[in-house]
Write a protein that binds this ligand. Structure first.
Ligand code: NAI
Length: 347
């Protein structure tokens, strides 16, 4: 079966890491017909807008996109291109798995958690205004509908991935109405899933607990801004942004992307770590139901990272983006040779 997917290489290191992800996906044998479109700085130069209408049309038509990081040009009507895309397609759930890899130097081992971040409201939407020269205001909106939708999704994920606990993060002791509504809604949703443990943790305490004992957490659900901050914190616990994939999920459209930005300081230098983009590609394959191939990619990354030499520079290795990608591809071919079509490690 051939799939059609919108491919947005993005800015800075985007084209390098996205092309790595495409090559690795091809190596698994999944055939994808990529519809390549440009957004961000590239589109700005050619089309005069960072988000041309054909990008939106392509995603709407194909329903799945793999995208690189975008640099939002200042002064062209967008506070953030990513927020604009999430809004356009009502991509209400931002899913960020965070796991440790054997051998990669990190603050913690045995971390395997998923942050489920509400993606459509809260302070992150940036509804701000100046009251006068000395006063600025930002509006935090939390709705019952969006809170219910994200909490239900967190429990749905926990059930599907066989996780035993969902942790809801809030600051309802101070923000009694907004975070209070999020918490109250989460409690109600939890009642429908009595077999999954439910716990509530205040965001400041959560930051400390995550640094001290990240292994205690399995699925964390949070409003937009706390989810944003905690997911970078969690990525830092296991080796940095170069390892962190993500998915933006809506009712019928999904966009997969690395968590990191366009890293202009290392763009076009064959220095970027492509793991975040490659793992985002693996998340995309899972979304398409290609679990075996997604598992192959995850296993290949895990196996290749065990060798200290076989890493990119951000992880203390010596390989360039391209050379590291070749190692992953070789590993995938080696699985296919050994196990033929019967490759079925548990995933
Ligand atoms: P950044 O993630 O681009 O870079 C932060 C630091 O991490 C830099 O030193 C960079 O070299 C390093 N880094 C990031 N990814 C790496 C990788 N894969 N391998 C090795 N090193 C890596 O964050 P920054 O500098 O805050 O943002 C740069 C631009 O990216 C901004 O224009 C920002 O708006 C945009 N951005 C876009 C995102 C998206 O499209 N999803 C997400 C975050 C930022």
């Amino acid at each position: 079966m051939a799939y059609k997917v919108t491919l947005i290489p993005g800015d800075g290191i985007g084209p390098e890491v996205i092309s790595a992800a495409v090559d690795v996906i091809e190596a698994t044998g999944v055939h994808i017909n990529w519809e390549r479109v440009e957004a961000g700085g590239q589109a700005m130069e050619k089309e005069g807008t960072p988000l041309p209408a054909y990008v939106i049309e392509s995603i709407r038509k194909n329903k799945i996109a793999l995208k690189g990081p975008l640099t939002t040009p200042i002064g062209y009507g967008f506070r953030s291109l990513n927020v604009a895309l999430r809004k356009e397609f009502d991509l209400f759930a931002n899913i960020r798995p965070v796991r440790s890899f054997d051998g990669v130097e990190s603050l913690h081992k045995d971390v395997d958690l998923i942050i489920v971040r509400e993606n459509t409201e809260d302070l992150y939407i940036g509804q701000e205004r100046m009251i006068d020269d000395n006063r600025a205001e930002s509006i935090k909106v939390i709705t019952k509908g969006a809170s219910e939708r994200i909490c239900k999704y967190a429990f749905y994920l926990a059930e599907n991935l066989n996780r035993k606990k969902v942790t809801l993060v809030h600051k309802a002791n101070i923000l009694k109405l907004t975070d209070g509504l999020f918490l109250e809604t989460g409690r109600k949703v939890a009642k429908d899933h009595p077999h999954i443990e439910f716990e509530e943790v205040i965001v400041d305490a959560m930051s400390m607990k995550l640094v001290q004992n990240p292994q205690d957490y399995q699925v964390i659900v949070a409003p937009n801004l706390y989810g944003d901050i905690l997911s970078d914190l969690a990525a830092g616990l296991v080796g940095g942004l170069g390892l962190a994939p993500s998915a933006n999920i809506g009712e019928d459209i999904a966009i997969f992307e690395p968590v990191h930005g366009s890293a202009l300081d290392i763009a076009n230098m064959n220095m970027a770590n492509p793991i975040s983009a490659i793992l985002s590609g693996a998340m995309m394959l899972k979304h398409m139901g290609r679990l075996k191939e997604a598992g192959m990619i995850e296993d290949a990354i895990e196996d290749v990272l065990k060798d200290k030499e076989s890493r990119t520079r951000d992880l203390g290795g010596i390989l360039g983006t391209r050379e590291f990608t070749e190692k992953i591809i070789e590993k995938i071919y080696s699985y296919k040779q050994v196990e033929g079509d019967g490759y079925a490690k548990e995933i």
